[in-house]
Design a protein around this ligand. Structure first.
Ligand code: NAI
Length: 518
């Protein structure tokens, strides 16, 4: 290899040195001067990761951690200052400088810049400092990063597949430098966290999720592929933003949308085979359920918002039974928000209860109530409900708001999946505390700004009796001389392990039993 490289370099040098021009410049070896708009000249490089190129290859670059021997072998002499800084010291230095930033977004940008420069160090940092860095590369900061993606965009991360590539998606996949892909996280950017339609700028989400696949799940970074499908955006602000990086058109819908997604799913299977895992992320619910039911029987897919969230919340509920007592079936659940997360969690709770008690899912669903933007989901609304809400329409008189629903249903657990912040008001939380010794309150909406209430509010308004978890992290709270440590109920506690399990087991479909086991 070394010999080949040296020979290559020698020949390249000779070729170039024979072409010096009189004026001191170099001749047009690459043909660039002759290129016209009609006759393109293909750019080329010798791509062996060595010397200067090695320092610019994030996958192999170690920066100052290259040893003396490596500096000799990889032609790095003179390209680095003489000191050798172990990865451990590099990590210490980077964390020190990261902590100097006051704004989380600057920390995010610094982390992304590190990933583009020195991937090994990036993952080492993330693995060793996961509690500190998770809120940076993931919720809540990633939400802000997506909102500002256009202006902070420097390097392209992941693969962008826009409507311009219709009919050519397979070719686009082949442009990605890695051949062996095990996990794809894909979004179309229509429901980014609780922040709405961020179009092409949703790319921050698959990038962040896949960083966790490596840091928490142990999947090789090169086997992870973040993808954003750009079918336009209905976000007027982005459509009018001169720095917006996506297609400036309204979203494709209906047949055009589904045909495009079908081309994508077919191309993925054709290019990477049956065992590539596709994780749907942050699609709007009018497409999410349909895509999941369409492809779960033909591809290795799961929807993290519907299924991953359900797994982690069910795990949280089972864990909280140690404090609450009883079985799941002894509890009554009220959801605020009846979309992907809400109905997904509700369905998995019902399934687990039916397995535990050996009764039908139809029966166990009766323990679970949901409120959406029009109030409590009840039988009289059934005709006008979206299909995924229909199983939750129970017999009850109409109730138009959350507070009245809490008072009417008297749930033991209140779970927020609305994407609307500050909706678990003092009255709502106090109502929960009035008929529960230990009210269970989960404010799952992300990012922090959309959380239904804060940890401090939950503990204060229940006088320290709440059992609380949230989607985005909250710091511990001091109340009446006691420290309360809130839990985090986020699908990041499930998807890296679930995905890794699917990959190493060679599964080709995702079944509900796997989610229950997770
Ligand atoms: P979605 O759009 O599918 O569902 C939102 C639901 O909230 C809909 O039923 C809608 O009718 C309802 N809603 C909206 N405004 C409302 C209002 N003012 N009053 C009552 N109901 C209202 O969204 P999805 O995917 O279910 O996500 C919702 C939230 O949950 C987001 O903030 C998301 O970030 C969060 N989430 C958290 C996860 C976690 O791991 N903690 C995972 C997935 C989602």
């Amino acid at each position: 290899m070394e010999r080949v490289l040296k020979e290559e370099q020698r020949r390249g040098g000779e070729e170039l040195s024979g072409r010096w021009t009189v004026g001191g410049g170099v001749a047009d070896v690459y043909g660039e001067d002759r290129a016209t708009e009609d006759q393109l000249v293909t750019p080329w490089t010798v791509s062996v990761a060595s010397g200067y190129n090695l320092l610019r290859d994030p996958r192999h670059n170690k920066g100052l951690a290259f040893t003396e021997k490596e500096r000799d072998v990889h032609y790095l002499r003179g390209l680095l200052p003489p000191t050798i800084l172990s990865q451990h010291l590099q990590e210490k230095k980077f964390m020190h400088s990261l902590r100097q930033y006051n704004l989380p977004l600057h920390k995010y940008m610094s982390m992304m810049e590190l990933e583009e420069r020195n991937e090994r160090l990036f993952y080492k940092l993330l693995i060793d400092n996961v509690e500190e860095l998770l809120p940076i590369v993931y919720t809540p900061t990633v939400g802000e990063a997506c909102q500002k993606y256009g202006s902070i965009f420097r390097h392209s991360q992941g693969l962008y597949i826009s409507l311009n590539e219709k009919g050519k998606i397979l070719e686009v996949l082949k442009n990605w430098p890695e051949r062996t892909i095990q996990v794809i996280v894909v979004t179309d950017g229509e429901r980014i966290l609780g922040l709405g339609d961020l179009g092409c700028q949703g790319m921050g989400i698959p990038v962040g999720k896949l960083a966790l696949y490596t840091a928490l799940g142990g999947v090789r970074p090169s086997a992870c592929l973040p993808i954003t499908i750009d079918v336009g955006t209905n976000n007027e602000h982005l459509l009018n933003d001169e720095f917006y990086i996506g297609l400036k058109q309204k979203r494709a819908t209906g047949k055009e949308y589904y045909d495009f997604l079908h081309e994508f799913m077919s191309a993925v299977k054709q290019n990477y085979g049956e065992k590539v895992l596709v994780q749907f992320e942050d699609f709007a619910n009018h497409n999410a359920f349909e895509l999941l039911s369409k492809y779960r029987t033909t591809h290795l897919v799961f929807n993290d918002d519907i299924q991953g969230t359900a797994s982690v919340v069910l795990a949280g509920l089972i864990a909280s039974l140690k404090l609450l007592g009883g079985t799941l079936a002894d509890h009554k659940f009220l959801f605020f928000g009846a979309g992907e997360a809400g109905t997904g969690i509700a369905e998995l709770i019902a399934l687990e209860m039916s397995k535990q008690a050996n009764v039908s899912v139809d029966e166990t669903r009766k323990k679970i109530w949901l409120v959406d933007s029009k109030g409590l989901i009840v039988n009289s609304r059934k005709e006008s409900l979206q299909h995924f809400k229909k199983p939750w329409a129970h017999e009850h008189e109409p109730v138009s708001n959350l507070l009245d629903a809490v008072k009417a249903i008297k749930p033991t657990s209140l779970i927020g999946t609305s994407g609307v912040g500050k909706t678990f008001t003092k009255e709502v939380v106090e109502a929960m505390a009035s008929f529960n010794e230990k009210p269970l309150i989960m404010a799952l909406s992300n990012p922090t700004s959309q959380s239904e209430c804060s940890a401090e509010e939950a503990y204060t308004w229940t006088k320290g009796r709440a059992i609380f978890a949230s989607g985005s992290p909250f710091d511990p709270v001091e109340f009446n001389g006691k420290t309360f440590v809130p839990g985090q109920a986020n699908n990041s506690y499930i998807f890296p392990g679930l995905g890794f399990g699917l990959v190493i087991s060679g599964a080709i479909r995702v079944h509900n039993d796997m989610l229950l086991t997770a």
